[in-house]
Design a protein around this ligand. Structure first.
Ligand SMILES: Cc1cc2nc3c(=O)[nH]c(=O)nc-3n(C[C@H](O)[C@H](O)[C@H](O)COP(=O)(O)OP(=O)(O)OC[C@H]3O[C@@H](n4cnc5c(N)ncnc54)[C@H](O)[C@@H]3O)c2cc1C
Ligand SMILES: NC(=O)c1ccc[n+]([C@@H]2O[C@H](COP(=O)([O-])OP(=O)(O)OC[C@H]3O[C@@H](n4cnc5c(N)ncnc54)[C@H](O)[C@@H]3O)[C@@H](O)[C@H]2O)c1
Length: 459
């Protein structure tokens, strides 16, 4: 008989994976792996939560900067960067430490391994501590990491990623950001509003190119007013010169500042778990899963960024809940009682300035799907609350199927976009048509969501 320790369940990753072992799993012997400190994964420590706490401070600063248009003259005396950092991590670090402490001391059925897990055979894991363990079921929730171009790595130029940029000892005077996606847009807002000069280096002709082109165009136009934006630069080269860091563009121009942030996407950690030995199929580095979260290896599930193209926390959470249910069925081939992922209407938001939110198809995607559509763009400035805000930037774009009124997609740029979009997500998820949503309920007057009501009526 093997003297290897055997577990009912192994979970790799303490982000969304940490939520798996709840009270329903208290009769199972569980191993949880987290190789990095702090405990708790990307969202808690270096992603969604701290970034949004910084964004909130940036919003306060931006409100002061914009106050004159409402007849209030105000200015910022000082940005106390160290205090902002302390506020954010003074809240987050104890949560992370508390989570780790709970797994070490408060979960009798859970063994926490603070080490790297690697598959060395089917449902067999090298714990990185000299011990090999086996399990009946395994959940890989190993997340993703920032992509760093080889040239940047080789250059020796000091750079930051989301992992460390929020703990800089001082606010940079000039931040150069390589990349033009979510992270670039959010940190440009944070550092710009708090007083840094910000340069954005974009490979292509627009920022946030993954979004509906009307949104991406508007954001790119506005971004050029706030920040120093370099579009269409293709591949650029990281450089350092006279104590400054930044990039050299193809045309020889140099953009230098006192800090460089690399934000060109994130890649799955699926390539770092010994997938082949575990019998786990990868596609372009990402673990392949079916609608039940099952990988190609019997008994092994995967959730979140390691397997999901969405790379969003609410998706990782949803997948975690589905896989929890499926684990508790203790079957593999018999999926009758399994739950399936619901990826029909996955929303996303970019907490930049102005804020952006989207759900469903872009106009282009709807055309590509061969649908006959109707589209309405409604400006924030068309409704009373927009007048109150003196808004000249925001709009709601809704795409619906012409003959049925089915809402296919919604795209918003403007104040509170992630909140304003939520009723549209709900309508799409529960199958309300545009006319039903517009006229089947009251819309508080003069609330900002009247812009959604008007857009729906205009379809
Ligand atoms: C700057 C930033 C801002 C973001 N903002 C938002 C937002 O506002 N809204 C949103 O929805 N999403 C946001 N995201 C995305 C979100 O953070 C991720 O989608 C989510 O955290 C993924 O969760 P996960 O559980 O899949 O992975 P993670 O939370 O990354 O957890 C994986 C964990 O596994 C550990 N691990 C990996 N491999 C091993 C191994 N072999 N052995 C042991 N441990 C291992 C890692 O150390 C890590 O702690 C943001 C991301 C970033 C980077
Ligand atoms: N609010 C949120 O939900 C939120 C916030 C931050 C991050 N995230 C998640 O994290 C993921 C990663 O964010 P991200 O901003 O790093 O990636 P991203 O995929 O959003 O954007 C990366 C951008 O970098 C560009 N790029 C790629 N290679 C480049 C190169 N060599 N030089 C210059 N530009 C290059 C791409 O064209 C793209 O525009 C996001 O896709 C998102 O899923 C979500």
């Amino acid at each position: 008989m093997s003297d290897r320790k055997h577990f009912d369940l192994v979970v790799i990753g303490s982000g969304s994976g940490n939520s798996i072992a709840d009270e329903r799993f208290s009769d199972m012997k569980i191993a949880l792996f987290e190789e990095h400190s702090p405990f708790g994964g990307t969202c808690l420590n270096v992603g969604c939560i701290p970034t949004k706490m910084f964004v909130y401070a940036a919003e306060v600063a931006q409100t002061i900067r914009d106050s004159a248009r409402y007849g209030i003259d105000a200015s910022i005396d000082k940005v106390r960067w160290e205090d902002i950092v302390d506020r954010v991590f003074g809240r987050i670090d104890p949560i992370s430490e508390g989570g780790k402490h709970y797994r070490e001391n408060g979960s009798p059925n859970v063994t926490l391994y603070s080490s790297h897990a690697t598959f060395v055979g089917p449902r067999t894991i090298d714990t990185g501590t000299g011990e090999i363990i086996t399990a009946d079921q395994i959940v890989v929730a190993a997340g993703s990491r920032p992509i760093i171009p080889q040239q940047v790595r080789d250059s020796g130029v000091p750079y930051h990623t989301n992992d460390d940029i929020m703990r800089l000892p001082t606010l940079p005077k000039h931040l150069v950001i390589l990349g033009s996606g979510y992270i670039a847009a959010e940190f440009a807002h944070v550092f710009g509003a708090l007083g840094s000069e910000v340069s954005i280096i974009a490979r292509k002709d627009n920022l946030l190119r993954g979004l509906d082109p009307d949104i991406s165009d508007r954001f790119t136009e506005l971004a050029q007013k706030y920040w120093d934006v370099h579009l269409n630069v293709g591949e650029s080269t990281a450089i350092s010169e006279d104590g400054q860091v930044g990039v050299q563009l193809r045309d020889g121009d140099k953009v230098l500042g006192d800090a460089l942030l690399v934000a060109i996407g994130r890649e799955s950690n699926g390539d770092r778990i010994g997938a082949e030995a575990g019998g786990i199929e990868l596609d372009d580095g990402r673990i392949v899963v079916d609608e039940f979260g099952r990988t190609s290896a019997e008994g092994v599930f995967a959730i979140g960024d390691v397997s999901s193209p969405f790379q969003l926390k609410h998706v990782a959470n949803h997948e975690g809940r589905v896989v929890q249910h499926n684990l508790l069925q203790r079957t593999w081939d018999d999926t009758a009682k399994f739950q399936a992922f619901d990826h029909r209407f996955v929303p996303a938001a970019v907490f930049t300035h102005p804020q952006i939110a989207a759900v469903g198809m872009s106009e282009l995607e709807a055309h590509k799907a061969g649908l006959e559509i109707t589209v309405k763009i409604q400006n924030y400035g068309d409704v009373a609350y927009g007048w109150a805000m003196e808004d000249r930037e925001g709009f709601v774009k809704i795409i619906a199927e012409k003959k049925t009124g089915r809402i296919l997609g919604a795209h918003i740029i403007g104040d509170q976009a992630p909140t304003v979009i939520q009723p549209l997500i709900q309508a799409m998820s529960f199958g309300l048509t545009a006319p039903e949503m517009a006229r089947g309920q009251y819309w508080i007057h003069p609330g900002l969501p009247e812009v959604v009501e008007n857009a729906l009526l205009g379809l």
